[in-house]
Design a binder for this molecule. Structure first.
Ligand SMILES: Nc1ncnc2c1ncn2[C@@H]1O[C@H](COP(=O)(O)OP(=O)(O)O)[C@@H](O)[C@H]1O
Ligand SMILES: [Mg+2]
Length: 250
């Protein structure tokens, strides 16, 4: 069973940036095979990883829901979805990536979502690491990908409002019965150490802080891949020192 790392946090806090840094970190540490799941319908994890968009699961679900006859006779719907999901995986240098997208049709997706969840559960077993980049809420994640993660990383800024929002996300995860072994808070764009008392109220364990990094800003402005970020970048050093807690599990 792979080690599942799920990202959460308000929009713009840095989830996609952190997810991509983790993917780079695991790849460079040669720690194992990686499946990146872009579970944000406004997906941009692929772009940050330097890829062109491929097919996404939302489109596939739409095709099936609008045109049930698309499933070849002699093939179960489950087998068909499994096959389609496999074909939507982009194989890259050092990691695979799957983009969830979002179904656009008016139909009910409960059934296909259930099938999808079991297909995803099977798929996840084939990788050592699964990194799931989420949209702001967690509903999407629990509905369509996995109800389980080994590590949940809630990304936040250091402000009171930010921390309160991280606390709400944690409560939501608990309400959704999203099963997690370790739940962390990662403070992004902060130099130094934050007061432990402020973190305590979120109900999350303190993972660490990542500094504001002009090299990341530059990368983002130029639309360049995370793999072009210089090794000396402060954010990369900071993230890699947290690798021990994020991916070096036994
Ligand atoms: N530590 C940082 N220093 C500088 N810029 C950052 C940092 N973290 C994130 N950013 C920038 O902030 C923007 C939002 O980050 P992103 O990872 O897309 O957030 P989210 O996925 O949570 O919406 C991006 O342009 C990103 O490059
Ligand atoms: Mg994002």
């Amino acid at each position: 069973m792979g080690w599942i790392i799920a990202m959460a946090g308000k929009g713009g806090t840095g989830k996609t940036t952190v997810a991509s840094l983790i993917i780079r970190g695991i790849k460079e540490a040669k720690a194992g095979s990686i499946l990146a799941i872009d579970a944000d319908p406004n997906s941009n994890l692929g772009e940050v990883l330097g890829l062109k968009p491929g097919r996404n699961i939302g489109t596939i679900l739409d095709e099936i829901s609008l045109n049930p006859g698309i499933v070849p006779s002699g093939m179960t719907k489950e087998r068909f979805i499994e096959y389609q999901v496999q074909s939507a995986i982009q194989e890259e240098d050092g990691f695979d990536i799957l983009s969830m997208g979002k179904p656009e049709g008016p139909g009910c997706y409960c059934y296909v979502n259930n099938v999808l969840r079991s297909v995803m559960a099977g798929l996840i077993k084939d990788y050592d690491y699964i990194i799931i980049d989420n949209e702001a809420g967690l509903e999407h994640l629990s509905r369509r990908t996995s109800r389980y993660a080994d590590i949940l990383i809630v990304v936040s800024d250091a402000s009171k409002i930010g921390l309160r929002s991280a606390q709400r996300i944690n409560q939501l995860a608990l309400q959704l019965k999203f099963e997690v072994k370790k739940r962390f808070i990662l403070i992004n764009r902060f130099k130094g150490n934050i007061k432990k008392t402020a973190i305590g109220e979120t109900g999350l364990d303190y993972l660490g802080c990542l500094p504001p990094d002009p090299l990341i800003e530059k990368l983002s402005l130029n639309g360049e891949s995370i793999f072009s970020l210089k090794n000396k970048a402060a954010i990369l050093t900071a993230l890699n020192t947290l690798g021990e807690k994020i991916w070096k599990h036994s």
